[in-house]
Write a protein that binds this ligand. Structure first.
Ligand code: UD1
Length: 348
């Protein structure tokens, strides 16, 4: 049996195509949900959108500081591993659930596969960067979304398997079910939740000022992560601002929103890539990105957390011609099948 450890919103999206491919290959899987994300819109709605089965294990860990959250997960995952004795544990991406799963399994001598291995932002102030480095160095098998990821791992002495990106698989499977867009065109889609932008009020206020300035010219639709809402409730819920603040969007609504937007402003890794795949220009409010291919192709631009810089970049993006190039650095939509076949071959 293979145990999939997930816990946060982007991991449910990555899990869906992998579970389908495992079923097709006759591989027996179980799902462990750490409960890192627990609000209806952050978890259950995604499970429904993606036709995911009820997880066999739900640890209900919830929020906390990094150490508290990861520590609670470690103990609870270890208990499940001792009982369920999986032949392999699969972790996804770069969240605290990824770190806890990889660490608990490797201490028990259970092989670990890392889906989305080899990404680096080279910024260790990001919790996600620490999580991915540790997960990669503990994992037995590394499933890399891009050629760059294979090269980055090689530089750290690790051999990765180029599979392509499972998010392409998910997008290809589910875009046919994408909802009617929740916001009428034209509009700009905005998402901000990363610790680097929400823990620092100066950065968040600058971003919010930019959203307000842009919203005076074109509607700004802002499906808001609970982290951002709880921290900045007072300004976000103030009645007079022009930004359309909405609950977190499900996966199918999100695909429709990204596709329908004139431009996307985000700090999410997944949204940057989905914007690229759906050919919507993106501004990423960060100093670095794990997805440099999107920047090199001209569809994504890094912008400082400065209100004038974001406002001007957004205006430029909306008025300039879209890039002519449409490379496909993230694979062909068969990443999950490659992972499943590889695992079928290596497992006893
Ligand atoms: C996590 C991942 C991040 C990923 C993001 C996707 C880590 C370190 N970060 O960030 O890489 O991009 O998920 O969404 O694992 N909260 C709720 N309800 C929920 C979930 C969270 O209210 O369902 C609030 C809580 O106040 C919590 C805060 O959001 O303290 C942060 O949640 P957490 O899971 O720690 O990290 P994210 O910011 O969601």
């Amino acid at each position: 049996m293979i145990l999939h450890v997930v816990g946060a919103r982007p991991q449910f999206i990555k899990l869906a195509p992998v579970l389908n491919a495992f079923r097709a290959q006759g591989l027996v899987s179980q799902v462990l949900h750490t409960g890192q994300h627990y609000d209806f819109e952050m978890s259950e709605l995604l499970f429904r959108n993606l036709n995911l089965p009820e997880p066999e294990y739900n640890l209900g860990i919830g929020s906390g500081s990094h150490a508290q959250q990861t520590g609670r997960m470690l103990g609870a995952i270890e208990e499940v591993l001792n009982r369920a004795a999986p032949a392999l544990l699969l972790v996804y991406g770069d969240t605290n659930s990824t770190l806890a799963g990889a660490l608990a399994a490797s201490k028990l001598g259970i092989p670990v596969g890392h889906v989305e291995a080899g990404l680096r932002s080279f910024d260790r102030r990001m919790p996600e960067e620490i999580n991915r480095i540790v997960a990669d160095h503990l994992a037995t098998y590394h499933f890399c979304p891009t050629v760059k990821a294979v090269e980055l791992l090689k530089a750290e002495g690790i051999e990765g398997l180029l599979t392509g990106d499972v998010m392409v698989d998910a997008l290809q499977t589910f875009s046919q079910f994408a909802s009617t867009c929740p916001c009428p065109a034209p509009f700009v889609l905005a998402t901000i939740h990363r610790a680097e932008n929400t823990d620092d009020p100066g950065r968040f206020h600058a971003i919010w000022e930019a959203f307000k300035a842009i919203a005076r010219e074109i509607p700004v639709y802002f499906p808001i992560h609970p982290r951002t809402r709880s921290r900045y409730r007072a300004i976000i819920e103030e009645a007079s601002h022009p930004v359309t603040v909405a609950p977190p969007a499900g996966y199918l609504d999100m695909l429709a929103l990204i596709k329908g937007a004139e431009a996307v402003i985000t700090d999410s890794g997944g949204v940057q890539k989905e914007a690229f795949l759906l050919r919507t220009p993106c501004l990423t409010v960060r100093g670095t990105t794990e997805w440099p291919e999107t920047v090199e192709a001209g569809w994504n631009r890094l912008v400082e957390a400065d209100s004038q810089a974001i406002y001007s970049a957004c205006r430029d993006t909306r008025t300039q011609a879209r890039p002519a190039s449409s490379p496909q650095p993230f694979g062909d939509g068969a990443a999950a099948e490659r992972i499943a076949r590889f695992i079928k071959d290596v497992l006893p």
